[in-house]
Design a protein around this ligand. Structure first.
Ligand code: ACO
Length: 366
């Protein structure tokens, strides 16, 4: 008899879906799919080796209503090893990471999806909106609208909403963990806003970011961005950049907030942050005229120049990055008082600002 393996990869077994109501599916383009994607990590849930033992063809079917994030969990398999203490208790382990009350009957879940889709409204205050061209095969629409909402646990229903979305942190951020609900925090959530044929709008979750407040002597608050996720069906379409820029502009608009810092950023996030910070600096004419010289460094040329500078920065040995000595070699040294004034006005954390200044100096060596 062939050797049958009873071990499966938990990242492959777990299948996620963002489920829309029938009416909302009708306006989707043919290539728009929000169902059947996988997590990047399951080790916080199923252990370091991300393996599950005791099943054939295991599927952990975990679905969300696309807006309200009401959850459905169903564990299915072709075969299970007969009662053995080594067989993983797949559902119970998983359910300890999500709020109680999730649906387990498909029919009840689909009824919930239909119901929630027409009643769900994002919680908090809309602070930014933007559009993207509609997928080409989409019916009627030429563009799709997205909105970023700012919410805190003071907003009615948001604590519960947060408990439903925070599972994405474990599934997509390496070393991610649930935030402490007792700490003062701000959240920013992106929603896709889609028009039904009858003209009514429905909202669909895209991603979110959590920030903590830190008191900053004497009376200001420093905001630390600690979590940031855009779900896979929405990645690489500029949503991360829109969310980050919305957060940054919101921080700039708050007189009580002194700066935006980032906690332990993943490499992909650092890239996104650099790109957007540089675009913002290059678009700041006063800064460019005062410190970085030429009019040619305008935002319209920003993309190519930023790209070039980033690749050049990568070529710089690690030890050179950030040190004043090496900066002297690469370009004119920057006046400290001048730099600090701009850094404070722009509310950028020290290390990040100095990195950006270095990149800009390299741009102007061209
Ligand atoms: N078409 C194709 N590509 C595009 C488009 C577009 N319309 N718009 C942007 N892109 C490209 C960008 O140029 C960029 O490419 P590059 O990385 O090669 O430079 C890339 O897509 C990503 O940019 P965005 O689309 O703005 O970012 P995205 O929405 O994909 O979000 C993020 C990036 C947040 C890292 C996302 O991939 C994610 O959630 N990953 C998993 C979780 C994670 O790692 N989070 C960060 C943890 S760190 C922390 O929390 C502090």
């Amino acid at each position: 008899m062939a050797n049958i393996s009873w071990t499966v990869d938990s990242n492959e077994a777990l299948v996620l879906s963002l489920v829309r109501a029938q009416e909302d599916k009708q306006v989707l383009g043919k290539n728009e799919s929000f169902e059947g994607f996988h997590p990047t990590f399951t080790y916080p849930i199923y252990g370091e080796d991300e393996k599950l033992y005791g099943f054939q063809d295991l599927v952990i079917d975990f679905r969300f209503a696309s807006g309200s994030l009401a959850q459905f969990l169903s564990v299915r398999y072709a075969e299970k090893l007969s009662a053995s203490s080594t067989v993983d208790d797949v559902e119970n382990i998983f359910s300890s990471f999500i709020p109680p009350g999730y649906e387990t009957e498909e029919e009840a879940f689909l009824a919930r999806v239909e119901n929630d889709a027409s009643s769900f409204q994002p919680i908090g205050k809309c602070i930014h909106s933007y559009t993207r061209p509609a997928p080409s095969s989409s019916s009627e629409e030429s563009s799709v609208e997205y909105e970023v909402y700012h919410a805190t646990f003071e907003d009615s229903g948001f604590r519960e909403y947060h408990r439903r979305m925070q599972i994405f942190i474990l599934l997509y951020i390496e070393a991610g963990s649930y935030i402490n609900e007792e700490e003062d925090g701000w959240d920013f959530v992106v929603f896709e806003k889609r028009k039904r044929k009858d003209g009514t709008a429905t909202y669909h979750f895209v991603g979110y970011s959590s920030l903590y407040n830190f008191y900053c002597f004497p009376e200001k608050v420093r905001l630390r961005l600690s979590q940031f996720v855009i779900l896979p069906p929405y990645q690489r379409q500029g949503h991360g950049s829109e969310l980050y820029t919305a957060i940054y502009n919101f921080v700039l608009s708050q007189p009580g907030v002194s700066e935006l810092t980032v906690e332990d950023p993943a490499e992909a996030f650092e890239d996104l942050r650099d790109r957007n910070d540089l675009r913002m600096l290059l678009a700041n004419e006063q800064l460019m005229n005062e410190g970085f010289g030429t009019q040619s460094a305008t935002a319209s040329h920003g993309g190519g120049r930023v790209q070039k500078a980033r690749s050049r920065l990568r070529a710089v040995p690690q030890s050179a990055s950030g040190s004043t000595k090496s900066r002297g070699k690469m370009g004119p040294p920057v006046d400290r008082a001048w730099s600090e004034k701009w850094r404070k006005d722009l509310k950028i954390a020290g290390r990040q600002f100095h990195r950006l200044v270095e990149i800009l100096i390299m741009l102007h060596l061209d």
